[in-house]
Design a protein around this ligand. Structure first.
Ligand code: GLN
Length: 263
């Protein structure tokens, strides 16, 4: 089996280890004998996303977002068509913002997004920085028929990560949050919701990289990508997650015991 991973702006949008998310997907696929074809997509590339099983785009500061925003807009409809067709996507921070309607910077510049997420983002007065713990159990099982998957049943559906953003993101009714904030600021700084989901596309503020410390979520994305390519009914071989799980546990412990300025 194989999947195709389209990596948007790998150099321009890559903060706090975001590339590690791509490596995590590749590794967990390869350990199961699944090949991953990586297609790097840069400014000016004329790309057909119809064969993408998973699209990944990392975070970037306002300046990097400004550099790629126009090019992303030009690719927007094709990315949207792929998402509507069931392609999975993971977008982190600055990418998450540009997959919404717009991001308005502190200087009042409105960077248009591609409107896949029913969401918009406005820069706030302070940066929202720190380790985050979220609980995805309310939203994850509702999203599609994968709730019976062993993967989701065995996992406690928590995610750990690191946020650093000034943007506050507000969600509309067409998207679910990715999770409820247990510790951290989350989408809008109020410590309520984190990230969002539309079909199989996810946005989140969690860097880290996210996927190396949260193996259930990595596998969930891989499963969605395989479903896109081969149809439903595929199950993933179990892996020994003890190292990944201990990374998760130590991050979670640090978050829970930290004296924090979080709300
Ligand atoms: N420019 C955005 C913000 O600060 C995104 C930052 C990021 O990707 N970490 O809100």
């Amino acid at each position: 089996m194989k999947i195709s991973l389209y990596h948007l702006y790998p150099e321009a949008m890559n903060l706090y280890g975001d590339y590690g998310n791509v490596l995590s997907i590749i590794k967990r696929c390869n350990w199961r004998g699944i090949n991953v074809e990586v297609v790097n997509v840069r400014k000016g590339d004329d790309v057909d996303f119809s064969s993408a099983d998973i699209i990944f785009m990392g975070g970037g500061q306002d300046r990097s977002q400004q550099v790629i925003a126009e090019d992303l807009l030009a690719k927007g409809q094709r990315i949207k068509d792929a998402i509507e067709g069931g392609t999975c996507a993971l977008t982190i921070c600055g990418a998450y913002q540009l997959f919404g309607y717009y991001f308005k910077t502190k200087d009042g510049i409105e960077l248009p997004g591609i409107g896949i997420f029913d969401a918009y983002t406005v820069a706030g007065d302070r940066r929202l920085i720190g380790n985050v713990l979220i609980d995805c159990s309310e939203f994850m099982p509702r999203a599609n028929g994968l709730q019976q998957s062993k993967l989701l049943v065995k996992s406690n559906l928590e995610l750990v990560g690191f946020e650093n953003h000034s943007g506050k993101t507000y969600l509309g009714k067409e998207v679910f949050p990715l999770g409820r904030v247990v510790r951290g600021y989350g989408n809008d700084g109020l410590g309520r919701w984190e990230g969002c989901r539309y079909l199989n596309a996810f946005g989140t503020y969690l860097h880290g990289p996210l996927l190396s410390k949260n193996p259930w979520f990595t596998d969930y994305l891989i499963l969605l990508a395989l479903n896109h390519r081969y149809g439903k009914g595929i199950s993933l071989a179990e892996l020994d997650d003890s190292i990944e799980q201990s990374a998760f546990n130590s991050a979670k412990k640090r978050i829970e015991t930290a004296k924090t300025t979080h709300l």
